[in-house]
Design a protein around this ligand. Structure first.
Ligand code: HPA
Length: 281
């Protein structure tokens, strides 16, 4: 018999998790969200099954260019993981509930480690177009908190601590693995704004003064929700362009996607090494 559509968030997430489990026998412990231009990584997973978001109850549909909009269940080095090819951005018109729903589902599914990746603009002069940045902390400048509203204790506490959003042990793993394959990976602070317009040079100067090293339009709501559920988070930004006013040229979305494609191999190599190591800690 068809299940009735559940009404509260926890039940909706549990319903989606059941649909996903029916398609994949493995116990998935690691989740991965692939940002703009970075989705191809999921095409190379071992033993993979892809679920278009339209087949997962409660998921909205991804519309932006460079986001395929499917959940790929597969393995890296024999370790099962769930990879989101495309995410939901607030600027696309989704409400916060849609933006963070997949993370709730991954949490209910049993994921304990979540890797969030994104395309970002670089503010720090030690970053270059094509650099990878390890997120050590963030600035939530989206003007909202995704946990606003009634709290469901089954997910986590009303007032979750955010003193270590990006797990220190995971950061060490990423740094070590990057070093082992000769990839430069520096820690930095990621500032999230809603977009979709890129920032003004004055805004970039403000963000710099506030301590930001990179700026983007995602990741932070997902990281907050993941921590609410006690998931450990690793965040990696691909610096697809220097932020507004840093170089004397405008920012172009096509270039953002192109840079993502250009760093695809080194990014994938790092992920392949890091992901299997996130299960045991
Ligand atoms: N600003 C905001 N988001 C971005 C940028 C940027 O410069 N590049 C890629 N995503």
């Amino acid at each position: 018999m068809e299940e009735l559509a559940p009404t509260n968030l926890y039940e909706r997430a549990a319903h989606a998790a059941r649909v996903i489990r029916a398609r994949c026998k493995d116990e998935v412990r690691v989740g991965l969200v692939l940002g703009s231009g970075l989705g191809a990584f999921a095409d190379d997973l071992e033993d993979s099954v892809a679920l278009p978001y339209a087949e997962i109850p409660g998921f909205a549909r991804s519309t932006v260019e460079g986001h395929a909009g499917r959940l790929v269940l597969g393995k890296v080095d024999g370790v099962p993981l769930a990879a989101m090819q495309g995410r939901f951005h607030y600027y696309e018109g989704y409400d916060w509930g849609d933006v963070i729903f997949p993370v709730r589902v991954l949490g209910v599914l049993g994921v304990r480690a979540l890797v969030l990746t994104n395309a970002a603009g670089g503010l720090n002069n030690s970053l270059k177009q094509g650099s990878l940045m390890l997120i050590s902390d963030h600035l939530n400048l989206m003007g909202a908190n995704p946990l606003r509203g009634a709290n469901d204790e089954r997910f986590g506490p009303r007032f979750p601590d955010l003193s270590e959003v990006y797990d220190k042990e995971f950061q060490e793993i990423a740094i070590q693995e990057a070093r082992a394959i000769g990839i430069e990976l520096r820690r930095g602070i990621y500032a999230a704004l809603t977009g979709p317009s890129y920032e003004t040079p004055a805004e970039i100067r403000m963000l710099r003064a506030a301590g930001a090293d990179a700026v983007g339009m995602s990741t932070v709501p997902e990281a907050i929700v993941a921590r609410h559920m006690g998931l450990k988070v690793l965040g990696i930004s691909c610096i697809t362009n220097m932020a507004a006013g840093v170089l004397d040229k405008p920012i172009d979305h096509a270039e953002v996607i192109k840079t993502g494609a250009r760093v695809r191999e080194k990014f994938a190599e790092l992920l392949r090494r890091v992901l299997p190591k996130l299960v045991t800690t």
